[in-house]
Design a protein around this ligand. Structure first.
Ligand code: PGA
Length: 250
């Protein structure tokens, strides 16, 4: 019922030339895959070449961030409209690295989500607890605040298309994946919160898992009923590995 969505979050990796090499390698490997939505999220400087080379293919492109104003005196920022014009369909918002290193809060996440929709982009909104928060038994409280504050002002009719990425901070880039059961429990909680906010539309919202997803653990994670895809960092950077992930380890 919910089409799985597998997205590569490249972070600060790949120059435009490296992007050309990756995209040309991955296109034939993924040709014909139509039961999974495929997204790559390069850095801003590689988006132009990525959207150009993936035009009329089954690979879509997302950005890793945006600013909520359309234009103006905001040195160094990029708007949703600019990304849309380049051919982006998605934008990652509120990744834990942005919350940790770049001062993002639930309030800025909220502004970015609303401006992404206004620009015609679908936000992939990241939430997740730290190890300390998990140890203190605060998972529910943390995720609930991130979802309720982040998604303020959203209504089901306009915004049921949102994508949530559950990324426990302790699992990102550490090789320590949440077990499929741990992940699914968090996803169920998120869907319950989404139902309170969006009503029935919450059933259609795709919730990705992220945090050390690899070709050898993707299958069991995606087998969980509430896991509808993955947001993948390190393992999405090599074409053969990304191909396996998109094909669920097959
Ligand atoms: P990882 O990163 O797959 O390298 O753990 C995931 C992410 O940060 O989105």
């Amino acid at each position: 019922m919910r089409k799985p969505i597998m997205a590569g979050n490249w972070k600060l990796n790949k120059t435009p030339n490296e992007t050309i090499v990756f995209v040309e390698e991955i296109k034939p490997l993924l040709a014909g895959v139509d039961d999974v939505e495929i997204v790559i999220c390069p850095p801003f400087t590689s988006i132009n070449v990525a959207t150009y080379l993936t035009k009329n293919t089954n690979i879509k492109v997302g950005a890793q961030n945006l600013y909520w104003e359309k234009s103006g005196a905001f040195t160094g920022e990029v708007s949703g409209e600019m990304l849309k014009e380049l051919g982006c369909d998605y934008v990652i918002i509120g990744h834990s690295e942005r919350r940790q290193y770049f001062g993002e809060t639930d309030r800025t996440v909220n502004k970015k989500i609303l401006s992404a929709f206004a620009a015609g982009l679908i936000p992939i909104v990241c939430v997740g607890e730290t190890l300390q928060e998990r140890a203190a038994g605060r998972i529910e409280q943390v995720i609930s605040t991130q979802i309720r504050e982040g998604l303020k002002g959203l209504n089901a009719r306009e915004h049921g298309k949102i994508i949530i990425a559950y990324e426990p901070v302790w699992a990102i880039g550490t090789g320590q994946t949440a077990t499929p059961e741990q992940a699914n429990a968090a996803h169920m909680l998120i869907r319950k919160l989404l139902t309170e906010i969006l009503g029935e539309a919450a059933q259609a919202v795709r919730i990705q898992y992220g945090g050390s997803v690899k070709p050898d653990n993707v299958k069991e994670l995606l087998a969980q009923p509430d896991i509808d895809g993955a947001l993948i960092g390190g393992a999405a950077l090599k074409a053969d590995s990304f191909e396996k992930l998109v094909k669920f380890g097959r």
